[in-house]
Design a protein around this ligand. Structure first.
Ligand SMILES: *Cc1c(COP(=O)(O)O)cnc(C)c1O
Length: 382
């Protein structure tokens, strides 16, 4: 260990980007990349051409990008208003902060709330791993509670007692994903009332990365709740994972803090242009949502018929699959084998929290996924 490095960082491993990004480039065979919940569809060619033109004719690469993001913020605010079917628009650019992916915003929120021993965070596992990873790199304690293993609801009793009992530092932020990853369930009424019961000293972060698939949003709560923020991303339904754009919707005071914390030129000019184009063509881009949801239901139905599989319902563009085995298997050996077999047959999925998280791909990909799972299971002992 280098002697000038913070001692607590010694035990950390760097975040391992999912294998598909390197394997896809390295292996010239067709891989079904269903491990990171991206859209299977690239941008429509006409939109790509428009962006190529923008890159050639408008963007001056010798100049810093627009550091204020005003035009993009306005376009996002308009989309957020529409997305909540608000009768009169309530959100403006003052309610939006834009990050280099919502990952950057998660880190900014942590810096703004918990850094320097001021707070800890609460997460209910299994959930999105970046909250915990980013908190730990900042030396922020992570308090975890469990979920019900049948329906993945948060153990609210444990969560409440964690809030009451955690001191030095107290819990300052609660992170939830709506719908949750990797399990696909939306927040329930009970979970929502618990979140609403949290005092104004606790920031509630509602991560709506999969909003366009779930079509349920909590942004309309933000007006009454200055301690809530909603995160969204262009990486999933808007098909721009390569360009790293996410945004936060919140009270103007919270936004002002995020703006203080962010790096001045956090978004490249090309990413700003692409996100703006996505907002201007949102209907075109979101045309793939409905076929994806149909595909999801089809895949759930097929997989549910298999006696060895348990699939839970999902409000997102992925499903969570578990094995029903007669043998107790704390190491998940059968699951790991299934994961490996799928990889060997060129379907990449994510093995996580005792199950497989499978992104909904194109119709062909989903058919292959089902066939390959069936073939792999036929060779496995239960
Ligand atoms: C994919 C995902 C994000 C998006 O992160 P970006 O940094 O915007 O790509 C955020 N939260 C959750 C829960 C996700 O699954």
């Amino acid at each position: 260990m280098l002697p000038f490095i913070r001692s607590d960082l010694a035990q950390f491993n760097a975040y391992k980007p999912h294998p598909s990004s390197d394997t896809a480039a390295a292996i010239p065979v067709q891989l079904d990349r269903l491990d990171t919940n991206e859209s299977p569809y690239d941008l429509p060619p006409e939109l790509k051409e428009k962006l190529a033109w923008t890159y050639q004719q408008v963007i001056e690469t010798n100049r810093y990008p627009d550091g204020g993001h005003e035009t993009l913020k306005e376009a996002i605010a308009k989309y957020v208003n529409e997305s909540a079917s608000l009768t009169s628009p309530v959100f403006t650019a003052t309610n939006i902060s834009i990050g280099n992916g919502s990952d950057e915003l998660i880190r900014s929120l942590l810096i703004a709330t918990c850094l320097g021993g001021e707070g800890a965070i609460l997460v209910a596992n299994p959930t999105f791993s970046m909250y915990g990873i980013l908190a730990k790199t900042l030396g922020i304690p992570v308090v975890t509670v469990a979920r019900n293993l049948d329906n993945f609801e948060i153990d609210l009793k444990a969560a409440q007692s964690a809030i009451e009992q955690t001191q030095n530092p107290p819990i300052r932020v609660v992170f939830v994903v709506h719908p949750n990853s990797p399990t696909g369930n939306s927040l329930t009424t009970a979970e929502l009332s618990w979140l609403k019961s949290l005092g104004e000293k606790i920031l509630v972060v509602i991560d709506e990365a999969y909003f366009e698939f779930s079509q349920t949003t909590l942004v309309s709560e933000l007006a009454q709740r200055p301690n809530w923020v909603v995160l969204r991303t262009f990486s999933k339904a808007f098909r721009l994972a390569a360009l790293r754009v996410g945004y936060c919707v919140a009270h103007p005071q919270a936004i002002a803090i995020l703006e203080k914390v962010r790096l001045p030129y956090n978004l490249p000019s090309f990413s700003i242009a692409a996100a703006l184009a996505a907002m201007q063509n949102s209907q075109l881009l979101l045309e793939t949502i409905s076929p994806t949801l149909n595909e999801r239901e089809k895949l759930i139905k097929l997989l549910s018929q298999h006696p060895a599989l348990k699939v839970t319902k999902s409000a997102a563009n992925f499903i969570f699959l578990r094995l029903l085995t007669n043998n107790p298997d704390p190491q998940n050996a059968t699951l790991k084998t299934l994961h490996q077999e799928l990889k060997a047959s060129r379907t990449l999925v994510r093995e996580i929290s005792g199950g497989l998280r499978i992104t909904i791909g194109t119709s062909d990909e989903n058919t292959r996924t089902f066939n390959r799972i069936q073939a792999a299971l036929a060779n496995l002992e239960f």
